[in-house]
Design a protein around this ligand. Structure first.
Ligand SMILES: Nc1nc2c(ncn2[C@@H]2O[C@H](COP(=O)(O)OP(=O)(O)O)[C@@H](O)[C@H]2O)c(=O)[nH]1
Ligand SMILES: [Mg+2]
Length: 182
């Protein structure tokens, strides 16, 4: 069981302020919905149900309300809507399924995201589906994407703690960035 109370002391944002926003961006079927389920629920349905447009979930980490945004879709749709979608994100996760083609395409998403964010947001990548035989190793994915990249296998419930740790660490850094701006 994860102890969300460990987030308590951080007070990244107070409850009456805007919730922390974390966006998950990636092409269809890379695992965004599965990652959100990993963070919010216990049971993961392995059946693939494509997300229409965007999906949104809220979790409470200690005193912090965090909104998780699952934003997928085909290239044209992503391109058109990315700016509005990621607006105000504290963290932006670019999710890739760790196949060569998808990693290259995800690099374009990062470029697009970079054009549309201010210094309030941090872009991080998740190299998902590391369990599959054809996966690219995380350090190679990172070299291509040129943003901090973490390995991930979202269908393994045991990866939940790791993912929560990543988010916790990145939110710490985000709160430092925010304090510096204030
Ligand atoms: N082998 C494997 N399959 C995964 C992993 N993560 C997600 N999937 C599967 O990939 C499919 C698409 O996942 P989904 O989360 O719906 O993708 P989304 O379109 O990005 O939201 C589903 O069948 C998932 O069960 C993973 O780490 N490994
Ligand atoms: Mg989805």
């Amino acid at each position: 069981m994860i102890n969300f109370n460990s987030f308590k002391s951080q007070r990244v944002r107070k409850l009456n302020e805007m919730p922390i926003k974390i966006s998950f961006i990636g092409y269809p079927a890379v695992g965004k919905t599965t990652i959100l389920k990993l963070l919010t629920e216990k049971k993961i349905n392995k059946l693939y149900l494509p997300t229409q447009g965007l999906d949104f979930k809220t979790v409470k980490f200690g005193e912090n309300i965090i909104s998780l945004w699952d934003f997928g879709g085909q290239k044209a749709y992503l391109k058109m809507n990315l700016k509005n979608f990621i607006f105000g994100s504290d963290l932006i996760f670019i999710v890739t399924d760790s196949t060569p083609q998808n990693v290259l395409n995800s690099k374009k998403l990062i470029k697009l995201a970079n054009k549309n964010i201010g210094n309030e947001s941090q872009i991080i990548a998740l190299a998902n589906k590391q369990d599959l035989r054809e996966h690219i190793e995380v350090d190679k994915v990172e070299k291509v994407l040129k943003v901090k990249t973490f390995a991930c296998t979202a269908i393994n419930y045991s990866e939940r703690a790791k993912l929560i740790d990543i988010i916790k660490n990145e939110l710490d850094k985000a709160s430092i960035r925010r304090r510096k701006r204030e």
